[in-house]
Design a protein around this ligand. Structure first.
Ligand code: COA
Length: 260
C-alpha cells in the first residue's frame, strides 16, 4: 500500500481502518484528501483479503469537519463542478463493493457528514456532533446530502438540518436513523471493530450482492428493485460460499467463506 500524506491505512486482519489524517484542521477534506482517498480505495479494492473498511478521523475531536473552506475562496463554478463530476471520494465509497463503516469520533459536518452518508453503516461516539452547515457559508451541500440524507431520514428532518445548518448530537442522530449505534468514546473503536469483524466473517459475495440490493431500494422503483433482488439472490447460488453456508448449517458448524 503506498504512503499517503493525508491518509493512514492500517490493516487489522480482514478489516482495513482508513484514517483521514489532518487533525490540526479537524480532518477537513481538501483536494489532496479527495485524490488520496480515491487512490486508497482503488488500492484496497485490489486486496482480496480485505472484507470490510472502517473510515474515521485522526485525533480526539473530529471525524471530518467538512470540505476545506480555505479552498473555496476564489474557486470558479466550473472548477468546483468539474471536481465533483470527476471520481470523488464520495463516489469511491458509494460504489465500493465491500461494506464501509463510518466510525464517527467527533465533528461530522458538511462534506464529513456526506462522506458518512456514502458509507453503509454509521457508528458514532456519544460526543459526536453532526450537521450540514453549508447554508452558513451561503452555499448548499454538494457531496450528496440533499439526496442521501433525505432518503435516509426523510424530507422534513433533512430539510431542517440543511436549512438551519445546526448541529445535532449523537443521540438525536440515532433517533433520526442517521447513525446506527452510539457508544461511549472509549468504547467506539472496539465496538466498531467488533461489528466490522462480525461482518467480515460473512461471504464477501453475499455482502456485495446484499449491498447492491439494499441500495437499489432508494434508487429504483419497487418493481425494478424486486426484480433485481431476485437476480442478485440467484447470483449467490453460483458461489462456492453458498454451498459452504448451506453445508455448514446442515453439519451444525461455523461456515468458512472464501469469497468464491
Ligand atoms: N475547513 C478548513 N479548516 C477548518 C475547517 C474546515 N471545514 N474546520 C475547521 N478548520 C480548522 C480551523 O480553521 C482551525 O485552523 P487554525 O488552527 O489554523 O485556525 C482548526 O481547524 C481548528 O478549528 P477551530 O475552529 O479552531 O475549532 P473549534 O473547536 O473552535 O470549532 C468547529 C470547531 C467544527 C465548530 C469549527 O471549526 C467549524 O465551524 N468548522 C467549519 C465547519 C463547516 O462549516 N463545515 C462545512 C464546510 S462546507
Amino acid at each position: 500500500m503506498p504512503n499517503y500524506e493525508t491518509i493512514l491505512i492500517e490493516k487489522r486482519g480482514a478489516v482495513v481502518v482508513l484514517t483521514i489524517n489532518r487533525p490540526d484542521k479537524l480532518n477537513a477534506l481538501n483536494s489532496k484528501v479527495h485524490a488520496e482517498g480515491v487512490a486508497a480505495f482503488d488500492e484496497i479494492r485490489k486486496d482480496e483479503t480485505v472484507r470490510v473498511v472502517v473510515i474515521t478521523g485522526a485525533g480526539e475531536k473530529s471525524f471530518i469537519a467538512g470540505a476545506d473552506i480555505s479552498e473555496f475562496e476564489g474557486k470558479t463554478p466550473f472548477t468546483q463542478r468539474n471536481l465533483f463530476q470527476e471520481r470523488t471520494l464520495f463516489n469511491s465509497i458509494d460504489t465500493f463493493p465491500k461494506p464501509v463503516i463510518a466510525m464517527i469520533n467527533g465533528f461530522c459536518l458538511g462534506g464529513g457528514c456526506e462522506l458518512a452518508l456514502a458509507c453503509d453503516l454509521r457508528i458514532a461516539s456519544e460526543k459526536a456532533k453532526l450537521g450540514q452547515p453549508e447554508i452558513n457559508l451561503g452555499i448548499i451541500p454538494g457531496g450528496g446530502a440533499t439526496q442521501r440524507l433525505t432518503r435516509l431520514i426523510g424530507e422534513g428532518k433533512a430539510m431542517e438540518m440543511i436549512l438551519t445548518g445546526e448541529m445535532i448530537d449523537a443521540p438525536t442522530a440515532f433517533n433520526l436513523g442517521l447513525v446506527n449505534h452510539v457508544f461511549a468514546p472509549e468504547e467506539l473503536e472496539s465496538k466498531t471493530l467488533e461489528m466490522a469483524n462480525k461482518i467480515a466473517e460473512k461471504s464477501p459475495i453475499a455482502l456485495q450482492m446484499a449491498k447492491e440490493a439494499v441500495r437499489l431500494a432508494s434508487r429504483s422503483n419497487l418493481d425494478e428493485g424486486l426484480r433485481r433482488e431476485v437476480d442478485l439472490f440467484a447470483i449467490c447460488f453460483s458461489s462456492e460460499d453458498k454451498e459452504e453456508g448451506v453445508r455448514a448449517f446442515l453439519e451444525k458448524r461455523k461456515p468458512v467463506f472464501k469469497g468464491k
